[in-house]
Design a protein around this ligand. Structure first.
Ligand SMILES: Cc1cc2nc3c(=O)[nH]c(=O)nc-3n(C[C@H](O)[C@H](O)[C@H](O)COP(=O)(O)OP(=O)(O)OC[C@H]3O[C@@H](n4cnc5c(N)ncnc54)[C@H](O)[C@@H]3O)c2cc1C
Length: 399
């Protein structure tokens, strides 16, 4: 019998474990992956300040703190059901059923698919899988590849692969179909590009991105006159007027077919070219992994700015179900730093619920909520525009 069971040992889950252990709660953290750290483990990027963000090191800091506080953490345990038949939650896992007064779901995000013909060939993987193979397992995913999908995550991971010495031909759009829609639309993708331009290595690109960000006519011009050879970032061409229409090969990836596209994403017939590669990374974007919260009976809302369906919750990370909390990317797609701060808020909220009398927790909670906002405002990686606005509307129940 625990005070709180935390599902997910990513930055949100681990920091929640720390803040609730600091208030003496009996905590159990469960994660289905063999190692703790969640998606933090794969992250490695340079901040605009020049500092490096190394997810493995950040995980170590959280891990050490959690162990100092004698937190019980079990990896390799998959949670598939949560119910509350009486006063307590029952957490059903592949290693048995656990009981707790409170549950925090911090399951993170999942990748959206971008299906294109040939995507079942060996050698095709999601960009997140390439990140885990490269940075977590230290496995080279291939000799020369291409990234299908142009977005924040794709740019960050493409750079990580380059740093690991893996050759990438370019990044290009997926061909337009009923699933890819927005991801295949050059004008929409241009908006995304302007949001990552501050990470670009050249001052020219950073300036261009800043300029285009505020003015839609500049973005339209940029799409209409986008260079045929792409715009290079870290020496790798990014194409938004070219799309991958198929992945080709007998038993494994041998090449892709690339076509020119109009500003609305329509394929220009007769423009096909073959690009030889031995692996393909599909980058369709991220969505909150909210299924477990739904299974537990928590209502969800679709909030575009947050990346999809999210469990209804307030700024203190409480859901409408008594004793059920959420934190991190399950509440909206944001950077690991924001997830970590949200975890602290959730841990303190649970500690506040369990506290017998009025305690200093209230003040700490207020401060932690402020930190979430500050971290969000300063975040170098923003996955979706208008995230603050989306959150405010959700918190004020305007959605
Ligand atoms: C593929 C991918 C790559 C990303 N790359 C970056 C990046 O480079 N930079 C960046 O800032 N952000 C990145 N993100 C966003 C990332 O999700 C956040 O940065 C941050 O890691 C979110 O923290 P979290 O604690 O909410 O979730 P996560 O870090 O995703 O941790 C969730 C944990 O929950 C566990 N879990 C999920 N379901 C269950 C279950 N049913 N039972 C038990 N355990 C479960 C998972 O194994 C995982 O360890 C990426 C996200 C994904 C999906």
């Amino acid at each position: 019998m625990y005070d709180v069971i935390i599902v997910g040992a990513g930055p949100a889950g681990l920091s929640a474990a720390i803040s609730s252990r600091e208030h003496g709660l009996r905590v159990l953290v469960l994660d289905e992956f063999p190692k703790m750290g969640g998606r933090l483990l794969g992250q490695l990027h340079q901040e605009p300040s020049g500092e490096w963000w190394n997810g493995i090191k950040e995980t170590e800091i959280l891990k050490e703190k959690a162990f100092e506080l004698e937190t019980e953490i079990r990896c390799g345990v998959s949670v598939y059901h949560i119910e509350k038949p009486d006063d307590h939650y029952l957490i059903h896992t592949n290693k048995g059923v656990f009981t707790a007064s409170n549950v925090l779901i911090a399951t993170g995000a999942a990748e959206t698919a971008a299906p294109i013909p040939g995507w079942t060939l060996p050698g095709v993987m999601s960009i997140g899988a390439a990140q885990v193979m490269t940075n977590v397992h230290r496995v080279r995913v291939g000799e020369k590849g291409i990234v299908v999908g142009v977005n924040v995550l794709a740019a960050a991971i493409a750079r990580e692969m380059q740093l690991a010495g893996i050759e990438l031909h370019s990044m290009a759009l997926p061909a337009k179909n009923t699933v890819t829609k927005e991801q295949a639309h050059p004008r929409r993708v241009m908006e995304e590009l302007t949001r990552i331009s501050h990470l670009a290595p050249s001052a020219f690109l950073r300036f261009g991105g800043k300029f285009a960000k505020g003015m839609s006519f500049v973005r339209n011009l940029a799409v209409n006159f986008y260079p045929k050879s792409g715009v290079k970032m870290w020496g790798m061409p990014i194409h938004i007027r070219k799309a991958i229409t198929s992945i080709n090969g007998e038993d494994k990836v041998e090449s892709v077919t690339m076509c020119k596209v109009k500003p609305n994403g329509e394929i220009i017939k007769g423009s096909e070219e073959t690009v030889e590669v031995d692996f393909v990374c599909i980058a369709g974007g991220l969505y909150p992994l909210a299924e477990l919260a739904a299974v537990a009976g928590c209502p969800t809302k679709y909030v575009e700015e947050l990346g999809g369906h999210v469990p209804i919750h307030n700024e203190q990370m409480e859901t409408p179900l008594d004793g059920l909390y959420v934190a991190g990317n399950i509440t909206g797609i944001e950077s690991a730093k924001v997830a970590r701060e949200q975890g602290t808020v959730a841990g303190l909220s649970i500690a506040k619920r369990m506290a017998k009398k009025d305690s200093p927790i209230k003040r700490q909670l207020k401060k932690a909520m402020k930190n979430v906002k500050k971290t969000r405002a300063e975040a170098s990686i923003q996955f979706h525009p208008g995230i603050e606005d989306g959150r405010n509307r959700l918190y004020k129940q305007e959605i």
